[in-house]
Structures are given as C-alpha cells and as structure tokens.
Write a protein that binds this ligand. Structure first.
Ligand code: UD1
Ligand code: CA
Length: 456
C-alpha cells in the first residue's frame, strides 16, 4: 500500500483578518497550500487529501483535481479535520500517512523523508516533526518524559508555566501509521481550553495503547514556521526568501541589491545573470545565463534565453529568446513568443504575438494578435488594430517588412515579405511582397492662407 498525505486547510484563519482563505495567501508568489503540496509530491507522495472548509470553492479552483478533497463543515479542530478523511484513510490501511498543515508552507521534502525513515526505523505509530525555537510562543510544546521519550503535546493555551518554557515545538507535520491513526481518531476528546478536537492528542492515545511515539527534530527551524497572522506570514516569507537568494548566489547569480527583489521557489536562473533592485520573478520562470534583469523587471511564468536584458518591464506567461533587449517600460502580455535578438523598447505593449528574430519594435507601439517575421522594423507608434468591438483579428507580417511611424494595421491584414509601409498609413488591405504601400490623405498647401484668414 502506498503512503499518502492529508493536508489540513479548512481552518478559518480568523487571525489573518483578511477575506481570502488562509491557505491561499501567497508566500513569494505561491500559495501556502501549494508549497505544502509541492513538497509532499517531491517527497514521492502521490495520494493527497486536502481538508477544506470555508472558501472551499476558491481552494478547489486554485489547486485543481490533482488531489482528493474532504469537506469539514464545522471547524472543530485539527483532530476533527483529519476525521473527515476517514474514508481516504480506510483506503490506505497498512500504509503510513503524512499529515501536514496548510499554513506551514516551508517544510521540505528532505525533512519529510528523513522523518519517515526515523518513523519506520523506530516502528512508531506516530512521529511528530518538531523544532527548537527561540520564541516558541503560540505553538504546541513537545513534552518529554524523564527518559527523553515523547510524552505528549500541549497547546499554548492549555500549557502550564513550566510547559510554556519548553522551546521544542510541534510543527504540525506528522507521520502516522494509518491503522493506528484510524484507531485513535474516534477516541480524541475536546476537553481543553478551546473545546476543540486536537490531532496532537493522538500521541498520548497511541502511547496508552502500548504503541510507540517519537519526535523528529527538523534541522532547520525555518521549515516549520507557521503563519497564523500577517506578521508571521511576512516573516516566514523573508526567511524563505533569504534561503532562495543564498541558493541562487551559490549557483552564480549576482544580486546587486535585494531591495524589493522577490524570487519565487520555482524559478531557475542561469549562472552569470545579474539581478538589480525591484525585480520580481514568480511562478515557473526559467531565466538563462548572463541575463540582466532590472532594475524593476517583473517576470511571471516565463522563459528567457541567455543574454537577455529586461529593464523596468513586465513579462507574463511568454517565451523570450536569447540576446533580446526589453525595456525600459515595456509590457509583454501572455502568450508571446519572442525570438532571438529582438529589440522591444520604450512604451511597447505586445500580446498573444510572435516576433521573428532580429525584429525591432523600438517605441510607443502596440502589437496584439500578430505573427511577425524576422528582421522587421516597426517605427514609432505602430498599432495593430486587432479588435472591432466584437471580435479579435490577427495581423500577419512577413520577413524584413519596414513599417513607418504612426501606422495602423487594421486586422485581419497581411504584409508580405519585404513590404514597405509609409509613415502615417492606415493599412486595411494586404500588401504584396516587395511592394510599397501608402494610405494617407495627400498634403494640401494653400499659399498665403494665413494672411487672408487670420483674424487680427
Ligand atoms: C497547530 C497545532 C500546534 C502546532 C501548530 C504549528 C493542534 C491542536 N495544534 O496549532 O501544536 O504547534 O499547529 O503551526 O493541532 N484546521 C482545519 N480544521 C480545523 C482546525 C484547523 O483544517 O478545524 C487546519 C488549519 O487550516 C491549519 C491547520 O489545521 O492549516 C492548523 O490549524 P491552526 O488553527 O492554525 O492550529 P495552530 O493553533 O496553529
Ligand atoms: Ca497554524
């Protein structure tokens, strides 16, 4: 039987004071629950059950159908939350289940695996992942017996003065033998200060049944940080960010400043790339080698080839080739494919378009829904008029097309290879290969008009 995981994500998150479901709050651009699910997946656990409650539609929409869901309609505590997954656990009898809290995003797959090894080696019914914290306030404390074995876990609110002095805390991640967990769940009571069914009580219940319980201390206490308040959310984000910066610097990524810099957990960055202040790299982004990003480059879910420069610009869900220069002040919207050595300059917006190698779009231009070939030149202020108020239409531009300044390309329209478009033209008809097109009113000169018409 394969091991499984249950992620608790039904809590109200009232201490956050925000309307968003707590587990959907982002840490470095990725929701807390997705951090947890990614780590479980990386630890080799395929079967996950997510316990959801308030805002369950939002959670389902974000996470999708990669996991199973169990509804907890009343929030009666972490033990009660796991009880909602009884059906899921029944199907995993004979295996082990990793229970994780959706609001402790930084736990690593290495810790999950190492704790599992200890859990199996010690033949425990439950192994709690613990950590030593300088300030353990708010966490459940790990209480050990005289021999140093795990005795029970006590919540802050239920703890005595003496217990509150303990700085080994419960991370809220545990390995359970599924059968032992199923056996203990119905025996959890809610006779505590909060009147909740605490999952932590399983430790004592297992020991009472003559089973073994252990604690695995995580090497890095940052991993177990939980976010119950927005202050904690920010401080765990900072801790996670420091680690990510370190990792990239070790790999040869140079940060000239960390001010306003955000690098998400799923970004890869090649050696020799320089990152300046105010740069944000989020989602699944792959940055090549020797790129220069920033100041203020924003890259979301995009791929950038080697040697590409992005200054004060935003790129979303697009693929950009090598040696491309973007910015300052450009916006590459989703679904763009920008080939090598393209130049995109000031105040240019590009959306759902392909640009061939070496094409230059230097200033004040909008390219939407277009397929553009190689070596083209867009003058200042070219606009693809792609929308008639009802439908979007595509513009097709061949190779080596020269488009003068202030040209409107009224889509659908095609400019064939090597076409040459006069400045100020409004192009409504296709332009053949090697042709020149001019579509603007002729200039009229009226001699001495000013002298005879000007009012004194
Ligand atoms: C819990 C632990 C505590 C540990 C701390 C680590 C218990 C009783 N306490 O306390 O020992 O030190 O985490 O961060 O387990 N949830 C539900 N349904 C519920 C209640 C909670 O799904 O009815 C979920 C929450 O969404 C959250 C997780 O369980 O993801 C933990 O709940 P929370 O209320 O934050 O517990 P803590 O007080 O932090
Ligand atoms: Ca918590």
């Amino acid at each position: 039987m394969e091991n499984c995981a249950i992620v608790l994500a039904a809590g109200d998150g009232t201490r956050m004071k925000v309307p968003t479901a707590k587990v959907l709050l982002p840490v470095l651009g990725k929701t807390m629950v997705e951090w947890v699910l990614s780590a479980a997946k990386k630890a080799g656990i395929a079967d996950c059950c997510l316990i959801i409650g308030r805002n369950h539609e939002d959670v389902r929409r974000q996470v999708g159908d990669e996991v199973e869901y169990a509804m907890q309609t009343e929030r009666l505590g972490t033990g009660h939350a796991v009880m909602q997954a009884t059906g899921f656990l029944e199907r995993h009898r004979g295996a082990h289940c990793l229970v994780l809290a959706g609001d402790c995003p930084l736990i690593s797959s290495e810790t999950m695996k190492a704790a599992y090894q200890q859990h199996v080696d010690e033949q425990n019914a439950v192994t709690v992942i613990s950590a030593h914290l300088e300030n353990p306030f708010g966490y459940g404390r790990i209480v050990r017996d005289e021999q140093g074995g795990l005795s029970h876990i006590v919540e802050e609110k239920d703890a005595t003065e003496e217990e509150r002095a303990i700085n080994e805390i419960n991370s809220s991640a545990y390995w359970f033998e599924v059968d032992a967990l199923l056996d203990a769940l119905p025996r959890i009571k809610n006779d505590n200060v909060k009147g909740e069914y605490y999952l932590t009580d399983v430790v004592e219940l297992a020991l009472q049944h003559g089973r073994r319980a252990g604690a695995f201390a995580a090497k890095d206490s940052v991993e177990i940080l939980g976010a119950n308040t927005l202050q904690q959310l920010l401080s765990l984000q900072r801790a996670a960010q420091e680690r990510i910066f370190e990792q990239h610097m070790k790999n040869g990524v140079m940060l000239t400043s960390t001010d306003g810099v955000l690098i998400g957990p799923d970004c890869s960055i090649g050696a020799g790339t320089v990152i300046h202040a105010g740069t944000r790299l989020t989602g699944r982004s792959y940055i090549g080698e020797e790129c220069v990003l920033g100041p203020a480059a924003v890259v979301e879910d995009s791929v950038l080839g080697d040697g590409t420069t992005v200054v004060s610009s935003q790129i979303e869900r697009s693929v950009v080739g090598t040696g491309v220069r973007i910015g300052p002040y450009a916006h590459i919207r989703p679904d763009c494919l920008i080939a090598e050595k393209v130049k995109i300059g000031n105040f240019v917006e590009i959306k759902n378009s392909k640009l061939g190698a070496g094409t230059s779009v230097a200033h004040l231009t909008y390219i939407g829904d277009a397929d553009v070939g190689e070596g083209c030149n867009f003058g200042c202020g070219v606009v693809t008029t792609n929308y008639d108020g009802r439908q979007k239409y595509r513009t097709t531009v061949g190779d080596k097309v020269f488009i003068g300044c202030n040209v409107n390309l009224v889509a659908p329209v095609t400019l064939e290879d090597n076409a040459y478009i006069a400045a100020g033209s409004t192009i409504t008809d296709n332009v053949p290969k090697d042709a020149f097109a001019i579509a603007r009113a002729r200039q009229v000169i009226k001699d001495n008009w000013v002298l005879t018409n000007k009012e004194e």
